[in-house]
Design a protein around this ligand. Structure first.
Ligand SMILES: [Fe+2]
Length: 472
């Protein structure tokens, strides 16, 4: 049975990182992001190319697919609009501004509630008909599934952290043989992703894009009492964290930061002052503190020391390093495609029988072929079983967000050439790619006499960091 899971990026289904994944009888057979075809970072368009690539991988037409999963439930967004309506009424705008804002929100609410899936059906019809049955699954549930189902853990605490998915921002799950159970939910606008995004915006980067560069800037800064006490005066960093005084603002927080620090946000991310580097450092430290506090609380409460991470914030490899080294975490798995592009994976995994799960993601190299280009327009021919079996996974691209920046060690000529060719800044995190087997080998070699806890399984791409660290 074929299941096609994809993030649409049409109205109501989010606006970035469209992707698609194909499953055959519960096994992942192909997954790819739309941006690999459009060459536009984060894409933001319907994933026509990614869907076609999934179908091509198994010589299928859309009508051969038994079910489609959309890892998003647009009607859940209505809770966001309710809170934004209240804010729009309360904000000191003119009557005309208020009416304009309310009118826009009303239209958006109606579209999300009644017409979101219709746009998806229309786009799919351009690929093929008849359309399979379509199901919607919750955003954070799919993030959680993408992190828990590929593992062989019998049970795990699964933490999903992002800007916001529908209405949730951070969710603690218990994963076990019965599947995933929601244990604790933080809701919009209490968002760690948006807190980091506000600082990203304040430093002149584009939110939902430049967060990795803020992480890269952080080690150039250092502790700064003035910045830290200002931020601590408006946020709560405990396990019941609250950052809404910043993230609850209509501009997602950059204006609140300007008032808090008495400084204007940077227009462009160039020539950072020491103060700005310190802001990145302190923000990174506070993020690590909050996530550590949340994990410590719920590891204790659930009595589970095995942790899985997903959601866009889990792309922060410096944070992941802190989690990996936390004394209360014994085992850790981080979904490499932790951002929304990984929702397609989770949507398909979530469809599976939880007791059959394990090792469903044996290699991160499951994406677009680098040696063969097969077009939907080309004549089709069935491929033999032998031919499919000999398709080397090494000839397919890795399928996670740091792919563009993989190179040698920082500062060497290879990395410089990649950076120059791609336009990547010196702050862009770099990561290398390793199969799980080689990670355990290299880790053992690096650390010599390791304690039993240090020999646990981990994933390299999401716990490595590029920037030269004066302060780490
Ligand atoms: Fe997300």
């Amino acid at each position: 049975m074929y299941v096609l899971s994809f993030k649409p990026c049409t109205h109501g289904f989010g606006s970035h990182d469209p992707s698609a994944a194909l499953f055959n009888d519960g096994e992942l057979v192909f997954a790819v992001e739309e941006e690999r075809y459009t060459r536009e970072k984060h894409a933001g368009t319907f994933p026509t190319n990614a869907i076609n690539a999934c179908l091509d991988a198994e010589d299928l037409s859309l009508s051969d697919v038994d079910r489609i999963v959309l890892p998003y439930i647009p009607r859940h967004r209505n809770k966001i609009w309710k809170s934004k309506w209240k804010r729009a009424v309360a904000e000191p705008d003119s009557v005309m501004d208020k009416l304009g804002s309310l009118n826009w929100r009303l239209k958006d609410t109606i579209q999300s509630q009644f017409f979101a899936e219709r746009a998806v059906r229309e786009k799919l019809s351009e690929i093929g008909t008849p359309l399979p049955k379509i199901e919607q699954k919750s955003h954070h549930e799919c993030h959680a599934a993408s992190a828990f189902y590929p593992t062989d853990y019998d049970e795990a605490l699964v933490l999903t952290v992002d800007g916001s998915g529908e209405y949730d921002t951070t969710v603690v799950w218990k994963g076990d043989e019965t599947g995933l159970t929601r244990h604790k939910t933080f809701e919009n606008p209490n968002s760690l992703g948006h807190l980091y995004g506000a600082v990203t915006d304040f430093l002149g980067f584009r939110p939902l894009n430049g967060e990795g560069k803020v992480m890269g800037l952080a080690p150039y800064g250092g502790p700064n009492e003035e910045i830290e006490s200002a931020l601590r005066s408006v946020i709560d960093t405990t396990a019941e964290y609250d950052v809404t005084e910043i993230t609850g603002e209509r501009d997602m927080g950059v204006g609140r930061l300007e008032r808090l620090f008495g400084r204007s946000a940077k227009a462009t991310p160039t020539e950072f002052t020491d103060w700005e580097k310190d802001l990145a450092y302190v923000t990174q430290s506070l993020l690590e503190e909050i996530v550590t506090n949340v994990l410590r609380r719920y590891v204790h409460e659930l009595d589970i020391r095995t942790v899985c991470l997903a959601g866009g914030v889990a792309l922060n490899c410096k944070l992941n390093q802190v989690v990996e080294q936390a004394p209360f975490v014994d085992e850790l798995f981080i979904q490499p495609v932790a951002n929304d592009a990984g929702l397609a994976l989770g949507g398909g995994f979530r469809d599976d029988d939880p007791v059959r799960k394990s090792h469903r993601c044996p290699t991160p190299i499951g994406g677009r072929s680098t040696t063969t280009t097969r077009s939907r327009l080309s004549s089709r021919r069935p491929r033999s079983t032998t031919e499919r079996a000999t398709t080397s996974p090494q000839r397919r691209q890795q399928n996670w967000p740091t792919a563009s920046w993989s190179a040698g060690s920082r500062g060497d000529s290879k990395w410089d050439r990649v950076r120059s060719a791609t336009g990547a800044s010196s702050l862009t995190p770099e990561a290398s790619i390793h199969a799980t087997e080689s990670i355990s080998t290299s880790n053992t070699g690096r650390s010599g006499g390791r304690s039993p806890r240090r020999s646990r399984r981990r994933h390299s791409t999401t716990t490595s960091s590029t920037p030269p660290p004066p302060h780490t």
